[in-house]
Design a protein. Sequence first.
Length: 353
Amino acid sequence: MGGAKRNPPDNKRWVTLRSTHPTRHMKTVSFSKNSTNIFFHILTNCNLRCQHCYINPEQHGKNTLPLSTIESWLEAFVGKSDTANVIFLGGEPTLHPDLSSAVKCAKRLGYSSVTIDTNGYLFHDILSKTEPDDIDYLSFSLDGATRQTNDRIRGEGSYDICTAGIREAVSRGFSTSLIYTVSRTNIRELEQMGPLLKDLGIRRFFIQVIGIRGKSASIGEKLQLSKEEWLRAIPKVAGKVAELGITVTYPKVFLDSEEPFECAGLVADNYFIFPNGRVYQCPLCEDFPIHSLRFEGDRLVRTGKINERDLFTLSIPEGCVMNKLIQPDNLEYKDNGAAAYKIACCLLKEEIR
Ligand code: SF4
Ligand code: SF4
């Protein structure tokens, strides 16, 4: 699994806000109000120890969910809106011996799309136990265009295994996407990703911003890009990759003061489920016991005050409240004390086709 990921599935209801190129369609992806997206961490165990891993077993649990629990928790979200999409995550979800059954269960229950986010090790022979029709996207995480950079972040040998896993999946007819979590450590190689993605047969490319959470928070050096660095590099690379016929998605991150701000926690139906039963509506809240829902057995119940929903309603000039609370270093202020820009909801994406 990646370090700072969880991308919304492809959704036909996304709204095109602008087009900047006659053959390249760029849009800000509005929050989908008619679909439910569940980001289902079925375990937190992983074979890798990536530098930027956000998994926090103290807050998320150390257990592996039994298949029967996965099935009943999947059932709890079906029918909440017109469509439901599930992304299976971990830890490394392919370490779960029943992942293939969980995928089939999601399809049987009527989930419109099923995605598996994987670090590429593809345990338990998952490619043989599922069919390309069962899985809309197998989403691989790679954090460098070269073996050296990726393995520095994700661990020795992970580049070779991940790229071999992608080739194997593509050769068997699976649709694949790739997540690249950008930081100061690997930004210089982002531009080299286009040819590699093309060579691997990747259909969608997700550029992700590194979150100062989990292990990243304990690394002394500053990993996040500044606004200038982000805007200088990301849209340009995204455009070039899109010209290769690969759909590119990246977080909006920065909003000018006149651009509208929306908190997905208030307007969208996203649920981040952990094996200890906590269910969050905001990924930035996941390191704190402020989840708005929890499973009691098979029953989904609301938690009492104070929880993340109490934060969603606060309106501040800096945009996202949770960003200001947990990573205020990415904010800037003018001489008169006014916010220089707003931080968008971390779930707001730009997409170039
Ligand atoms: S692959 Fe494993 S260690 Fe790496 S980010 Fe994902 S869960 Fe964390
Ligand atoms: S990241 Fe910020 S804006 Fe988005 S859901 Fe969380 S609190 Fe709301």
